[in-house]
Design a protein around this ligand. Structure first.
Ligand SMILES: *[C@@H]1O[C@H](CO)[C@@H](O)[C@H](O)[C@H]1NC(C)=O
Ligand SMILES: *[C@@H]1O[C@H](CO)[C@@H](O)[C@H](O)[C@H]1NC(C)=O
Ligand SMILES: *[C@@H]1O[C@H](CO)[C@@H](O)[C@H](O)[C@H]1NC(C)=O
Ligand SMILES: *[C@@H]1O[C@H](CO)[C@@H](O)[C@H](O)[C@H]1NC(C)=O
Ligand SMILES: *[C@@H]1O[C@H](CO)[C@@H](O)[C@H](O)[C@H]1NC(C)=O
Length: 263
């Protein structure tokens, strides 16, 4: 639980990456093999930073790190705090959390959060949680789109790309990169990001629904199809929704987003 330590580990890792990459650029143009840190499921060993009960407390870590007050508030109001706590109690594959800073939230058009339904707030939070532990090197070997607690597919894409000096993330509406590791053990990784990851299915709301939707709870102006899933396991299913909506969403998303943010 030493943010500084992990921050500097992260920098060292990036430096290391940078070096290996430079060395890999031989004339023979051998395809650069990612370092042999293949995404094997990490052992769910008890960790040094475990809270009372032996379960890592994400809220506490974020509180100590500072500058995550809005994200913490959302974790609480959506009950995802408890969801995380129980997931970390029984998860054998771990979790990765992209934690937007307060300044990331302050860049949103004012009122953005307040106009979201409770369901959309939950989905927004879940979109920042990946149901596997990913060390920085493992981002090189993941396949896109990454599944999150919110689901996956082309209405909820979350793509990561590793570069020598950064790990970049795109949702189609938000581009950002990891700006440091807040916390990591073998089960949980929390990375700081400077933008809130906006999922297309909330913030590009006029795209047609991919699948039968839950009856929408009373929502003021717009009908937002809900494709949230409660089960982390379900988030790995990318097949149907993705194919169905591919052509419908792409293209309109950017336009809608800019229209939305210039209101
Ligand atoms: C986790 O830590 C937060 C902040 O310190 C605290 O409010 C909360 O009760 C803790 N949760 C559990 C389940 O211990
Ligand atoms: C953690 O999981 C164990 C086994 O499933 C369960 O008995 C225990 O109540 C859980 N602890 C908390 C704090 O949820
Ligand atoms: C994410 O990656 C998938 C697979 O490479 C690609 O089809 C999709 O267009 C990407 N989406 C974004 C928003 O980059
Ligand atoms: C994100 O980056 C891609 C490619 O780098 C670019 O085409 C796109 O316009 C960017 N989107 C935003 C919202 O900045
Ligand atoms: C990665 O993201 C950073 C900022 O988040 C941006 O400056 C950089 O251009 C991106 N790299 C690529 C190759 O898109």
């Amino acid at each position: 639980m030493k943010p500084q330590y992990f921050l500097s580990s992260f920098s060292i890792f990036l430096l290391f990456l940078h070096c290996t990459n430079t060395f890999a650029q031989s004339p023979a143009a051998a395809p650069a093999q990612p370092p042999a840190v293949v995404a094997s499921p990490p052992a769910a060993t008890p960790t040094q930073a475990a809270a009372p009960h032996g379960i890592t407390n994400v809220t506490k870590i974020l509180e100590k790190a500072g500058h995550f007050t809005i994200f913490i508030r959302l974790l609480r109001s959506t009950q995802e705090e408890n969801h995380l706590f129980s997931a970390l109690n029984d998860s054998s594959t771990g979790l990765t959390i992209f934690a937007p800073t307060d300044s990331a939230f302050s860049e949103l058009k004012s009122g953005t959060l307040n106009t979201l339904s409770d369901g959309d707030k939950s989905e927004l939070v879940k979109f920042h949680v990946v149901p596997t532990f990913l060390s920085t090197s493992q981002f090189q070997t993941v396949s896109n789109p990454l599944g999150t607690w919110a689901g996956t597919g082309n209405r909820l894409p979350l793509n990561v790309t590793s570069y020598p000096n950064s790990v970049n993330i795109t949702t189609g509406l938000t581009n950002t990169s990891l700006s440091g590791a807040v916390y990591t053990d073998n089960q949980l990784a929390i990375y700081k990001i400077e933008k809130v990851l906006l999922p297309k299915d909330i913030f590009a709301p006029n795209a047609p629904a991919p699948a039968p939707v839950k009856p929408a709870p009373e929502k003021p102006a717009k009908e937002v199809p809900e494709v949230t899933t409660e089960s982390p396991a379900a988030s790995v299913d990318i097949s149907s929704a993705r194919i169905f909506t591919r052509n419908l969403v792409v293209g309109s998303a950017g336009l809608l987003a800019s229209a939305m943010f210039s209101l």
